[in-house]
Write a protein of this length. Structure first.
Length: 308
């Protein structure tokens, strides 16, 4: 990154922080009312107002990125995006910038994206409390060793998450779940011995957990593919600083099979194999799609250069 890119990234970070600092004030005030008034109709109304603030926050962030970072977007949408539907949303995960990109194309087109978060993230300054106020599900997963020491903890994670997801029934929600579970790096690809050229192995267990916890509410999957230009840095700072210019975003809608939320992933090997096969099929298509788009971009670039 050049010095100019670093400067632009610094300005973008400052403006994003100020946007957060200003909007958490009304968000915290409404959250206090939500705590003090436990009457369900008021709770639902306040929850909708909190979502409106979050969507405003995303819109301002989008404006900051358009003004400072100025990426060139290449968008393909094969989906009917509506705000009155429940969605499960996934994407290939390469950078923290992915979240800002998802907000750029999902905000106010579908219900607010809500992520399943690790319990520890509630301690993140400003945002942790905001996520809690917006009813983001905080998950505490237990290791095998912890379950062996305390068998009574078995099933607690599913129970806690299902209880959190009950709030999603009051109005449409988009549940975001990165199938890969972590950001792509070459080292992780090699460690996993991933069969994909551009992706990590997807983790079917997290998806099964999410669909089961939602109890059949999620019937549509928005499959998002994010393609960064080859050879460019994929850090958040590079994105905000304008060092990553041409970004392709492909959104496809899929129907979630009914059987996906009716099985027991942990204890039923047949269901587990079927879930893994379904998700691996989606990932195989995504990997082929990324390869095709990269080859097409390379061919266009070569044609544009012409003979030496």
């Amino acid at each position: 990154m050049s010095l100019w890119n670093h400067a632009r990234a610094g300005i973008a970070y400052l403006l994003l922080f100020l946007n957060t600092l200003v909007l958490v004030i009304p968000l915290y005030a409404l959250t206090l009312l939500k705590i003090l008034i436990p009457w369900q109709p008021v709770q639902v109304r306040l929850a909708r107002m909190l979502v409106w603030i979050a969507e405003l926050w995303c819109s301002i962030n989008n404006g900051i990125i358009a003004l400072i970072s100025r990426p060139r977007w290449h968008l393909e949408i094969d989906a009917e995006l509506r705000r009155d539907r429940w969605y499960l949303v996934t994407a290939n995960h390469q950078s923290w910038a992915d979240i800002l990109i998802l907000q750029r194309f999902c905000n106010r087109r579908i219900p607010l994206l809500k992520f399943f978060l690790k319990q520890e993230l509630i301690r993140v300054p400003l945002l942790g409390q905001a996520w809690w106020a917006l009813d983001f599900p905080f998950m505490k997963r237990y290791s095998k060793a912890e379950l062996e020491r305390n068998p009574e903890l078995r099933g607690k994670d599913v129970e806690t998450t299902r209880k959190a997801c009950e709030k999603f029934a009051y109005f449409p929600t988009s549940v975001m779940n990165f199938f890969e579970g972590t950001r792509l790096t070459r080292a992780k690809q090699q460690s996993q011995q991933s069969p994909f050229r551009h992706l990590l192995r997807p983790r079917a267990g997290g998806t099964a957990f999410t669909l089961n916890a939602m109890g059949g509410t999620l019937k549509r999957l928005l499959d998002v593919t994010i393609i960064y230009p080859p050879g460019t840095p994929r850090t958040l700072s590079a994105f905000l600083g304008g060092a990553v210019r041409d970004i392709r975003v492909i959104i496809r809608e899929r129907t979630i099979p009914e059987w996906t939320w009716q099985g027991d992933y942990e204890n039923d090997p047949d269901f587990r194999a079927r879930m893994q096969e379904w998700i691996n099929g989606i990932w195989e298509e995504k990997d082929t799609l990324i390869e095709a788009r990269l080859r097409a971009s390379a061919s266009t670039a070569d044609a544009g250069q012409g003979p030496a």
